[in-house]
Write a protein that binds this ligand. Sequence first.
Ligand SMILES: Cc1ncc(COP(=O)(O)O)c(C=O)c1O
Length: 385
Amino acid sequence: MSLEDDARAELKQLEVIGRLRTPRIVDSAQAPRIVLDGSQVLDLASNDYLSLANDPRLVAAAKAAADEVGVGAGASRLIVGNHRLHVELESSIAEWMRTGAARLYGSGYAANVGTLSALLGPGDVVFSDALDHASIIDGCRLAKAQIVVFPHRDLAVLDEQLRTHAGRRRLVVSESLFSMDGDLADVAGLAALAKKHGAAFMLDEAHAVGARGPEGRGVAAELGVVPDLVVGTCGKALGAYGAFVATTPAIAKLLWNRARSLVFSTALPPMISAAVIAAIGIVRSREGDDRRRDLAARARQLRARIRGLGGHPDAAIAPLIIGDDARVMELSARMYERRVFVQGIRYPTVPEATARLRFSLNAGHVVEDVEMAAIALNDAMSQET
Ligand SMILES: Cc1ncc(COP(=O)(O)O)c(C=O)c1O
């Protein structure tokens, strides 16, 4: 069979089982309302938690940098792509996150894959939550370390696994705010267990950095926990693109030498670093606190209005588990017809038979938006046969 024939057959099969994915087209800036496939809709799907993606201050910073230094970095950072703005951004992240150093990557996916495969190898053991993001899973696989998966948030099992799985280096890795469930890991419990068993602790705060904690530093900071490595992305609450690992100077330096997704990939456009520096200023300020407070208030309102939503009471991510793939996509389509966009999430992003509508709020949403979403969902469900 040729590659082309094979691709066609596989597409057909995905269609038959209701798992064919085709993205809709956005034709506006990110905002509480976007133009999606030609219609203006209330957007309850983006990860722009603090509504910064189209903030004039980020846009101005990016424009000024583009005017000065152009759009492309030209090379990987180790060649000639290590722009002054990247170095400035890493310093401001380290200062903000209160770590000795930070290393910038092209994306959160690249950060997880590059960091895990740089720090672990054969003979090492990585303990990973069953619902950890695909980029964590891929990083663990690429590292060729032994992968021990513990049931979601189950610290008793993790304790036992840490007791029984020896290795040269051992690392516990988890998300803090889970991307498809909106629930929180027991970050303090994970840190304590890692310490008890002499393992390192890496925390992926992709959905929490900016959106939670003092100065938006995330869940660990909220609890006074200091992981060995914190991953944060600049493409969600920080409104731009890229990602970072906040860690010690020695680990950050080793990443220059071992993290293949960093070494063998063109650096971020410097204008993006300029935008992220502006975003961090806002995130750390009183205005950042106000935006986080508004976001939490909308999240509580949404959960009060729509029964059955999962996740932490004030988390911006709120899933409604439906189960069936086709049904969830049908509900999403019906809501879109009512000018509300909530993405349906299916396997393999979430475990089989747990397809869900993933409501995702941002600070720019207002009380009436939540009400509109609840009505659209109710209408979509009442249309079901
Ligand atoms: C928990 C988690 N880690 C990492 C990533 C990857 O981040 P990025 O979108 O910057 O590649 C995501 C993105 O969806 C995520 O949810």
